[in-house]
Design a protein around this ligand. Structure first.
Ligand code: AKB
Length: 337
């Protein structure tokens, strides 16, 4: 069987490392990676080539490759993007635009649809106030698309760009559209939690930070209120979703953008579960108004019925399974070593 050539940008990030490991485990891929940083040891051996540097300036390198699939994970996350917004725009939008152009060009020229998998985020939503957030509960893809952050604006715009390149590029009428348009597929992720890595620069980071601190016996001061609620997901489920979506035949997909959910908890519920698992955990709350405002603008939970209907999405880990079967066993092994 010939190997599929796959590019993973942002390979050194949290999702990147886990995805590269997942692709290698699944087999059948020649994995090319890209990131600002050198590859960490855990994925060094499975990447056949690594392009280190800024994607925007490196894009020419990638025109020489015959990619079947691009997982474009490189991004500046929500809290970081608020402090250097122009930089975030360059990384999140210009980098994506360059890669979309490359994928669209190759799809048309070589008569082969390049699959472009784009992780979007619950940051694309903008709940106007806490009352609306509470009343809305699980939001659908097309609701409240009024992001309050640079990162959310960037993600929403890139969803639109990807949709444009896969449906309307060239302004061909539906029946004269070439069969080999770029194949753009996007998942809106909730906050992700890994037992092996910690996120940097996000605003859902209080979840993983609190749990890792408690597991190590370190005090943690949480930057949002106890009643703050958003949806979260175990990293293995996030990787499962990417690997599932990439394999679905295009005709089964009725949409370009899909919500996926797993469990929604308040920061106080995280604290309670962390305290039960690690008696003596020292968790306090000292909300940071700017970061609090960001999380308050994100919905409590998402409606992922489109993903369930079109490609059979179902998470393996609800809140109990996340703690009991994934996070706690792994984290205990990790910090007790
Ligand atoms: C962030 O906090 O910026 C990310 C996200 C929810 O997309 N984790």
């Amino acid at each position: 069987m010939t190997e599929k050539v796959v590019l993973v940008t942002g390979a050194c990030g949290e999702i990147g490392q886990a995805l590269v490991q997942g692709l290698a485990k699944q087999g059948g891929y020649r994995i090319v990676t890209a990131d600002l940083s050198p590859l960490p040891e855990n994925i060094k051996d499975v990447s056949t080539e690594h392009a280190q540097g800024d994607l925007v300036y490196k894009i020419k390198t990638f025109y020489d490759y015959d990619f079947d699939i691009i997982f474009h994970l490189a991004a500046s996350l929500s809290s970081k993007a608020e402090v250097s917004s122009e930089d975030a725009h360059r990384i999140n939008v210009e980098g994506t635009m360059q890669l979309l152009m490359l994928a669209a060009y190759r799809s048309e020229k070589y008569q082969k649809s390049v699959k472009f998998i784009f992780p979007s985020s619950i940051a694309v939503y903008g709940m106007p106030d806490l009352e609306t957030k509470k009343l809305a509960g699980c939001v659908k893809e097309e609701e409240y698309n009024l992001p309050h952050t640079m990162y959310g604006c960037n993600k929403l715009y890139c969803e639109k760009l990807g949709t444009y390149y896969s449906l309307y590029y060239g302004q061909k009428h539906l029946d004269e559209r070439p069969p080999h348009m770029l194949d753009f597929r996007s998942i809106r992720f909730p906050g992700l939690i890994s037992a092996f890595t910690l996120p940097h620069g996000g605003t859902s980071d209080y979840g993983p930070e609190m749990l890792h601190a408690a597991a190590q016996g370190n005090p943690y001061s949480c930057f949002v209120r106890e009643d703050t609620k958003i949806s979260f997901m175990a990293m293995p489920d996030a990787i499962k979703s990417l690997l599932m979506l990439v394999d679905v035949p295009r005709e089964k997909l009725h949409h370009q953008i899909y919500n996926i959910g797993a469990f929604a908890l308040t920061a106080g519920e995280f604290r309670d579960r962390a305290s039960r698992a690690f008696p003596g955990a020292q968790i306090t709350f000292a909300p940071n108004p700017r970061r609090q405002g960001i999380v308050d603008s994100w919905p409590e939970d998402v409606d992922d019925s489109l993903a369930r209907a079109d490609w059979g999405w179902q998470p393996d880990y609800d809140a109990d399974a996340f703690f009991d079967e994934y996070f706690l066993p792994e984290i205990k092994k990790r910090y007790q070593r």
